[in-house]
Design a protein around this ligand. Sequence first.
Ligand code: PRT
Ligand code: MG
Length: 218
Amino acid sequence: MTYTGITLALSKGRIFEETLPLLAAAGITPTENPESSRKLIIGTNRADVRLIIVRASDVPTYVQYGAADLGIAGKDVLNEHGGNGLYQPLDLQIACCRMMVAVREGYDYAGTVKQGARIRVATKYVNAAREHFAGKGVHIDLIKLYGSMELAPLVGLSDVIVDLVSTGGTLKANGLVAVEHISDISSRLIVNQAALKLKRSLIQPVIDGFSSAVGTRG
Ligand code: PRT
Ligand code: MG
């Protein structure tokens, strides 16, 4: 049961894909692809390094409690989690996107804000949304969703959404437009603080390998 190596928590999809070159720079190659394998614990070429595959929003939780020593999570996810007990040594500059406010085409966002009207905001990112609108002095009703935010303004669930945008294709396909930029998002390496002290000889080379890969990337 007790594993004496180090465990890195990752999510499938874009984060896994974009982490592969960083792992390679640290001398780590997964033995299986989580997209095709149903396994949640994935070995690597190194007996002392394994990967666990979890939901993107669960990565900070696994690392916080020490079930994983390290993890990779979007700044969006870390902001909602709060970052308690997590050391964040590196911005990996992967899975980059922007957190935006978006509305239905034709919705007068600026006018509504100017009038001081309450705005209904649907989002998965409730902390980010609360902070953003509080900073503007705009009163909102927050509606928490877990996905497909783009639908909310189309069916009258909300006036606006707060969501991540990368190509802009999803907004466009649904007749939505971005009206405000909240923040730039990228993924961070996160480390359990106690694990860093206890297993520094294993963890520090991974941090260094990732760091040099990020630094040399064009
Ligand atoms: O999918 P699941 O519910 O399990 O979790 P998740 O959606 O949080 O995970 P995943 O793997 O989709 O995203 C992991 C991380 O990638 C996020 O936490 C972000 O930090 C980062 N990231 C980068 C993105 C995007 N780009 C992105 N475009 N996460 C989500 N999107 C979504 C966005 O929410 C919207 O629905 O893609 C859609 C917009 O994309 P474009 O290209 O059409 O603009
Ligand atoms: Mg997703």
